[in-house]
Design a protein around this ligand. Structure first.
Ligand SMILES: [Zn+2]
Length: 156
């Protein structure tokens, strides 16, 4: 049992999303809609795990570039939880390009990636360590455990 395992009577485990390799129709619909997700399932997975592990943080901090998803102020660490389709996770099977109107999508994707890079650069200039988490990485407890330790170590 790792130090991060929850006690069996912890009610928060009941609402953990079931992780699968497949993108559900709902997720696909959200991804395809292009709406910038807030309080999405991947983000909740990260928030729930790190909170249960004892970390405290602010969410959706509008005062910072890019409105970071999780902000660990005392550690100067920021986490973005990115959808693979919309934010173009390089080499990821979810970062597909729709066959209809490919130029429209390429333009949109390019703008999204450029915006993400700009926000990350701005945050680093302000002294923050920035961790980008991709939704496809969240199926493994090992990944989340390593993420916990990265935050504790100050983001590196
Ligand atoms: Zn991915």
């Amino acid at each position: 049992m790792s130090k991060l395992d929850r006690p069996p009577d912890d009610p928060s485990t009941e609402c953990l999303p079931h992780m699968t390799d497949n993108v559900s129709p709902t997720t696909r619909s959200r991804m395809m809609s292009g709406i910038k997700g807030r309080d999405t399932a991947p983000e909740w997975t990260v928030r729930r795990y790190l909170h249960a592990a004892g970390l405290r943080f602010r969410v959706h901090v509008r005062e910072l570039p890019g409105t970071p998803d999780l902000v660990f102020s005392s550690k100067r660490v920021i986490i973005f939880v990115h959808g693979c389709f919309w934010h173009r996770h390089a080499g990821c099977r979810f970062a597909t390009t729709p066959s209809t109107r490919p130029e429209f999508w390429e333009t949109k994707f390019h703008a999204n990636v450029a915006r993400d890079r700009r926000h990350e650069a701005d945050l680093r200039r302000l002294g923050w360590a920035v961790i980008t988490v991709w939704e496809c990485e969240l199926g493994s407890t090992k990944f989340l455990d390593e993420l916990f330790w990265r935050v504790v170590a100050g983001g590196d």
